[in-house]
Design a protein around this ligand. Structure first.
Ligand code: PMP
Length: 429
């Protein structure tokens, strides 16, 4: 497998783009590799500029639940583009899209479209503060909610991989308003509420954490958050940027039967185009301009290409048995991987919810950031290099999720398992 062209591009990229990448998680320094530069993708396969093909388990970090370049999504985007790429004005498609989102996700009575998950969470926090007149928020260690100032405190994703606990450039005055607590620890949250009583505007949580590796909510955790928020008049925000339309049409809130006050969506709802959303009960959402005083806006919000893609994706996901298929595929891949780790006698533990999972390089259990962080990153890096060299493309960090898509067929899953087997043999021999 040669990577001459990727290496050439990597050299050029590092001259004109900081670190050579437009998002830190794409750099593969932590696993000691030059990232492959992707040329095209189809279904569950991606091809790089050197002609190497990989089976993809990243899915653009979650959005591509249908696989790459799904013909119906491509057709919808192409047709939309022919009619104009942006109007900065109201369209029929954005109304239909919002109607579909509200009909699918239990907490949504109204929804506002934005262009990234970061915008969605940032706006939801602003709205929660505006609606409650309070300033403090609670988030959880290892959860990532995008890169807006107040949420960049002990966050997951690339910050764990790069070992950056919080970012310079974010004033202490901002982060002092963020209470950062261990995931799954209801006692700590109860104490924080008792201490700060009526100052907490919002609790923001990934209902299944996906940014420290996959960490499911412990039984009672989400119920506990709901009860505490009700008791203290605090707004409960589910960040479903990953879990929305992945765990069910109605996301984690449908899966677990807990309804938050506000929900953030992204990734899947845009089918790979830049669209995200936040929404919730009408009485809270009506605080947003122009009907209320909380300001939030966007030149490209509700962009016609993105809404066309989103509508096509949602229609396909409404098809019969989609989530059962995803469950079956993910269970097959996950249990196959666990068997291989077992066979090779490697310390490991696996967490899976639906079509997202992580096999951690340690005994576990992994229930929060502190336990996730115990993973053997050195061994993971060796495993990763072997996987990529043999044509399996996963997220280059032990603290990320593996995403299964509807495009992964049985053969592909068996092929991934064959490569995992070889990679594990290589690192254990
Ligand atoms: N929330 C969660 C749960 C995420 O996983 C991410 C991105 N991985 C974001 C928010 C931010 O989304 P974006 O990268 O689109 O800004």
């Amino acid at each position: 497998m040669t990577n001459i062209r990727s290496q050439e591009l990597w050299t050029r990229a590092q001259k004109v783009i900081p670190g050579g990448v437009n998002s830190p998680v794409r750099a593969m320094a932590s696993v000691g590799l030059t990232p492959p530069f992707i040329k095209s993708a189809q279904g569950c396969r991606v091809m790089d500029v050197d002609g190497n093909k990989y089976i993809d388990c990243v899915g653009s970090w979650g959005p591509l639940i249908l696989g790459h370049a799904h013909p119906e999504v491509v057709e919808a985007v192409t047709k939309a583009a022919e009619k104009g790429t942006s109007f900065g004005a109201s369209t029929q498609a954005e109304v239909e899209f919002a109607e579909k989102l509200c009909a699918s996700v239990p907490s949504l009575e109204q929804v506002r479209l934005v262009s990234s998950g970061t915008e969605a969470t940032m706006s939801a926090i602003r709205l929660a503060r505006g609606a409650t007149g309070r300033n403090k928020i609670i988030k959880f260690e290892g959860c990532y909610h995008g890169h807006s100032d107040g949420l960049l405190v002990a966050a997951g994703s690339g910050l764990i991989t790069l070992g950056i606990p919080s970012s310079p450039g974010v004033p202490e005055e901002m982060t002092s308003l963020t209470l950062n607590l261990p995931y799954n620890d209801l006692d700590a949250i109860t104490q924080a509420f008792e201490q700060h009583s009526r100052e907490i505007a919002a609790v923001i949580v990934e209902p299944v954490a996906g940014n420290m590796g996959v960490v499911p909510p412990a039984p009672g955790f989400l119920e506990g958050l709901r009860a505490l928020c009700d008791k203290y008049g605090t707004i409960l925000i589910f960040d479903e940027v990953i879990t929305g339309f992945r765990l069910a049409l109605g996301g984690a809130q449908e899966h677990f039967g807990i309804t938050p006050d506000l929900t953030c969506l992204g990734k899947i709802i845009g089918g790979g185009l830049p669209v995200a959303a936040y929404g919730g009960k009408k009485d809270i959402m009506s605080q947003i301009a122009p009907c209320g005083p909380v300001y939030q806006a966007g030149t490209l919000s509700g962009n016609p290409l993105a809404t066309a893609a989103g509508l096509a994706v949602l229609e396909l996901l409404q098809g019969y048995g989609v989530y059962d298929q995803l469950e079956e595929k993910a269970a097959r891949l996950f249990s196959g991987m666990l068997e291989l780790f077992e066979e090779k006698g490697l310390d490991h533990t696996g967490n899976r919810v639906g079509s997202m999972f992580t096999v951690f390089f340690q005994k576990g259990p992994v229930t929060d950031y502190a336990s996730a962080a115990k993973s053997d990153t050195e061994l993971f890096a060796r495993y990763y290099r072997a996987l990529l060299a043999k044509g399996v493309y996963m997220a280059p960090s032990p603290f990320e999720a593996t995403f299964v898509s509807l495009a992964h067929q049985e053969d592909d899953i068996d092929q991934i398992l064959g490569v995992c087997n070889q990679a594990l043999e290589e690192i254990t021999s």
